[in-house]
Design a protein. Sequence first.
Length: 137
Amino acid sequence: MRRFIPNPEKQTSDALMARASYVRHCVDVGRSCYHRSLNDPPFPRFHALVSVRENGIEIDLHLDALDSITHRGNHDQPWAYEGGRVDEEMHRVVQAVSGKQTIGEINRPNHSNMKATAPEKVKRSLFEILFTFRSKL
């Protein structure tokens, strides 16, 4: 998924991407490469290629995943470039780079998709559990 951000804040692409928790790891065909892991293992991770232009920056984002059986990547899969998590991540990155949200708001978990908190469970003794179970038979 590609997105052009016109006139971001006057900072380096490293500083702008660091706001969205991305780490620089290479330069590919004149574009700086950044990644952000989803958890401790190196894959899956978001991979962003950033091109700096005179009037803004272009971010090309996709999800890198590694098949644990064939040890091949997912660059030929359409879900790696659009939809679901990639769309949400691009929105988060654009908000960070544009300076529309604070770092704390950008890095917090997405609560919009979470269910309402479940009511607290009442702890019962083994006797209560067995007695309740037998009474329902």
